[in-house]
Design a protein around this ligand. Structure first.
Ligand code: SF4
Length: 434
């Protein structure tokens, strides 16, 4: 039996939304079904998320962009998170993740689910650990049952995909934290699990109880985003033993999930110098049977604090060109503070630029056409057509506002190169007066 036979929820969504998905992805329905059955694509949609727009991630579909939102212990404002959600949607994000770690996490999650047609992702480990942190206890005091009860509750609430760091083994955690790395473990979920294992001298509970997890996820069509708890958090750590140990485990877990009928994605790095992006992406794809790859950046330099959305977009463009399917945005606030609404906007736009750059280079017709339309509009100084095709029409219109009555823009004014040859006959341009 194929995945779409075993997973009746996916099968139903294909029946009800197949034509819309096919049109959006520029693919035939059979290509989508084949991608889902092979585990190369995932259809994000939990039926309990009532207003969800089912969204496909994976080859040969379009590259997608995720925006992370959520409270933190130092900035805890639910209304701002809802505002960020709305801005992420308006900016063009395809999914959002609620990474809240402060306040009433159920309330925040349910409010986001009700307000969001975009598929929602979470990291259940945060919600399990948060009450312990709030009480001043050890964050890794939670029990296995508490962890699985949280996963089941969030699945019932309608969460469409969950980051679950099933591939963090005791060996991998040791490789990442024994001092050979510059930056150890930088994933919150990965560090939490490493602490949980170390204190008890046992293996990862998500790995040990993987079948229990698969059962919950199949019932609700929760896509497991197999987390990269040991991702490199410094360029110098990229491609080390800990990272590949985890990727290798994730490949096995991905296969088991697809055989069970559960959809998966693989999460990827992280911090990766530019010259290693290609080998990282292709290596991860190879070890995970071409499962949908969801990358955080990757950041191609560690030195861009304040501009990490740019470092992430440079890596994201490279990554998508070499096979990554899903770009998790970075914002200018990365590594510094919790993103505000403007950061969310800038982060989504940066990732969309990365996706557009990659898809144009890959020759995908919709992306090539968009670039061509802009070029033609520029040649005609047609500002409305430029805005219609721009990845950020709002900013284009806003920046042109003061001079919108002029044909050219304020960059060169009467020195406009495009207008310079107006009224000059071709023959004269060539210097061949007839
Ligand atoms: S004024 Fe300069 S920048 Fe503006 S449209 Fe003309 S050539 Fe381009």
């Amino acid at each position: 039996m194929s995945l779409t036979d075993k997973n009746t929820i996916v099968s139903k969504y294909l029946s009800s939304h197949g034509d819309t998905l096919a049109t959006h992805e520029h693919l035939g329905l059979e290509a989508i079904r084949a991608g889902l059955d092979a585990g190369r694509m995932a259809l994000l949609a939990n039926p309990s998320h009532k207003n969800v727009s089912p969204t496909l991630i994976g080859q040969p579909g379009r590259v997608k962009v995720n925006a992370n939102i959520g409270t933190s212990p130092m900035i805890n404002n639910v209304e701002m998170e809802i505002q960020k959600l709305k801005l992420a949607e308006k900016a063009g994000a395809h999914t959002v993740m609620d990474l809240s770690t402060a306040g009433d996490l159920d309330e925040v999650r349910v409010r986001i689910l009700e307000a969001s047609p975009l598929p929602l992702g979470t990291v259940p480990l945060y919600s399990v650990a948060q009450p312990y942190v709030a009480r001043g206890q050890d964050p890794s005091d939670f029990t296995v049952d508490e962890l699985f009860e949280e996963i089941e509750k969030e699945a019932e609430q309608g969460v469409d995909f969950m980051t679950l760091h099933c591939g963090v083994t005791a060996r991998g955690a040791s490789l990442a934290s024994d001092g050979r790395r510059i930056l150890g473990i930088v994933s919150r979920g990965g560090a939490l699990l490493a602490r949980w294992m170390k204190r008890r001298n046992v293996e990862n509970p998500l790995l040990e109880n993987y079948d229990r997890l698969l059962k919950i996820c199949l019932k609700h069509n929760v896509t497991i985003s197999l987390g990269d708890g040991l991702r490199p958090g410094a360029g110098a750590d990229a491609g080390d033993a800990a990272q590949w140990e985890e990727v290798s485990v994730l490949g096995d877990l991905a296969k088991r999930a697809v055989e069970y009928g559960v959809q998966i994605m693989i999460e990827g790095p992280g911090h990766v110098p530019l010259h290693l992006v290609q080998s990282q992406i292709q290596g991860i794809k190879r070890l995970t049977n071409n499962a949908p790859l969801y990358v955080l950046g990757p950041l191609t330099t560690d030195a861009a604090a304040g501009y990490d959305h740019i470092a992430g977009a440079i890596g994201g463009a490279q990554a998508a060109y070499f096979g990554a399917d899903f770009l998790c945005y970075l914002t200018p606030a990365e590594h510094v503070t919790l993103p505000g609404p403007e950061d969310v906007w800038d982060g989504v736009k940066a990732s969309l630029i990365a996706a557009q750059s990659a898809e144009t280079a890959l020759g995908r017709p919709w992306a090539v056409e968009r670039d061509l339309n802009i070029s033609k509009a520029r040649a005609a100084l047609d500002w409305e057509a430029m805005a219609d095709n721009a990845l950020d029409p709002y900013t284009l219109r806003k920046r042109r506002q003061d001079f919108h009555k002029e044909k050219e823009c304020a960059m060169c004014g009467s020195f406009c190169a495009i207008r310079m040859l107006e009224g000059v006959e071709d023959a004269m341009i060539c210097g061949k007066k007839s």
